[in-house]
Write a protein that binds this ligand. Structure first.
Ligand SMILES: [Ca+2]
Ligand SMILES: [Ca+2]
Ligand SMILES: [Ca+2]
Ligand SMILES: [Ca+2]
Length: 354
């Protein structure tokens, strides 16, 4: 007994270390747990060993609040105008020494903000939502993942994957960017399936109970230091076609001069060219429809037909397309099936002046 008591000071420290190892997290010993040290005094009187005396001290481990929000992948999400449910991916890690809930916010960067993956923000995504990766497969599945506004009961050291899911408006130019940010703010864990109350940091001196310290000393992209919040940004970059259209005409012949210096007299034949160009660096366009209602002062030349997919050489439309368009009810139509970047294709037809 005395012998073990004598050793208690040393062994208790080891025991505490061992105890701590079973409950410690990256952020340290679990908040609310007690640390007790017992000191033992042994002594002799007149050379005779007396009963030992002991004294204990118990401390409650305080709560250190910290978290990390991080973008997954470090690349932009390439989107098409008009596309829906486009995904940017983040992780939220509880680096506190206590379980917490986390309130989530999906933020839109303001126009003119430098976007995290290049370019400058110039639009906002729409229908912005947040989902947690419920089935833990790392990718967004609308059927399995859960629409959320907070993360519930996140254990110390645990990481959850969160998706910002948004729609992209139509009418956006190639290369335009919308930045988003995910901000998570620690909350009391409270009860399961319910967002807990706001965390309150202990002000003033240490108390005997479990105090709370906001330990997020480094601010994220859209939060402050020591506010129990952290945030990170990602962005959407539009990839689309960049089409321009030019309509030109030339006089092919007239009834008097025929093809030599023909003039715009009644009976003259005009060749119209509609040239569509997709800019270099753009995304290929498909199903490029051309629609040209004819004025009543001209008559469609059915013997020439409508030729599509022709080319332009040195600024002149070539009659090298295939006969594929149509004319009905005074309207010429045709479809250029594919228009890659840095390419011009034409629709060509003829009419005579009434
Ligand atoms: Ca924006
Ligand atoms: Ca998933
Ligand atoms: Ca909760
Ligand atoms: Ca913070």
């Amino acid at each position: 007994m005395k012998c073990t008591s004598r050793m208690l000071g040393a062994t208790s420290a080891l025991a505490l270390l061992a105890l701590g190892a079973t409950t410690a997290h990256a952020a340290g010993t679990t908040a609310g747990s007690s640390i007790t040290n017992t000191a033992t005094i042994s002594f002799q009187v007149g050379g005779i060993t007396q009963n030992t005396q002991t004294a204990s001290d118990t401390l409650v481990v305080d709560r250190k609040i910290s978290l990390t929000v991080a973008e997954v992948g470090n690349t932009t999400t390439v989107v098409t105008p008009g596309s829906v449910s486009q995904v940017t991916t983040f992780t939220v890690t509880n680096t506190s020494n206590a379980p917490l809930d986390f309130a989530l916010e999906a933020l839109q960067l303001a126009d003119g903000t430098v976007a995290p993956r290049g370019g400058t923000d110039s639009f906002n995504a729409t229908n912005v939502r947040m989902f947690v990766d419920t089935n833990n497969n790392g990718t967004f599945d609308s059927a399995n993942d859960t629409l959320v506004t907070f993360l519930d009961e996140v254990a110390a050291d645990a990481t959850r994957r969160v998706f910002i899911v948004a729609d992209i408006p139509l009418g956006l130019a190639n290369g335009t960017v919308a930045g988003v940010a995910l901000r998570a703010t620690g909350r009391e864990a409270g009860v399961a399936n319910t967002q807990g109350a706001a965390l309150v940091q202990t002000t003033g001196a240490n108390t005997a109970g479990m105090d709370t310290v906001f330990a997020d000393t480094v601010a994220g992209s859209d939060d402050a230091a020591r506010d129990a919040a952290h945030s990170a940004r990602d962005d959407y970059t539009v990839a689309t076609a960049a089409l321009t259209v030019v309509k030109t005409s030339r006089i092919v012949s007239d009834p008097v001069n025929l093809t030599t210096n023909p003039k715009m007299i009644p009976g003259a034949t005009i060749e119209y060219c509609i040239a569509v160009t997709n800019a270099a660096g753009a995304t290929a366009a498909s199903s490029v429809g051309v629609n040209d209602p004819l004025p009543s002062t001209v008559t469609y030349d059915s013997s020439f037909g409508v030729k599509v997919d022709g080319t332009v050489s040195s600024g002149t439309c070539q009659a090298d397309g295939t006969t594929a368009g149509s004319h009905a009810a005074g309207i010429v139509t045709g479809t250029i099936s594919s228009l890659p970047a840095a390419t011009t294709r034409t629709l060509l037809f003829r009419a005579t002046i009434n």
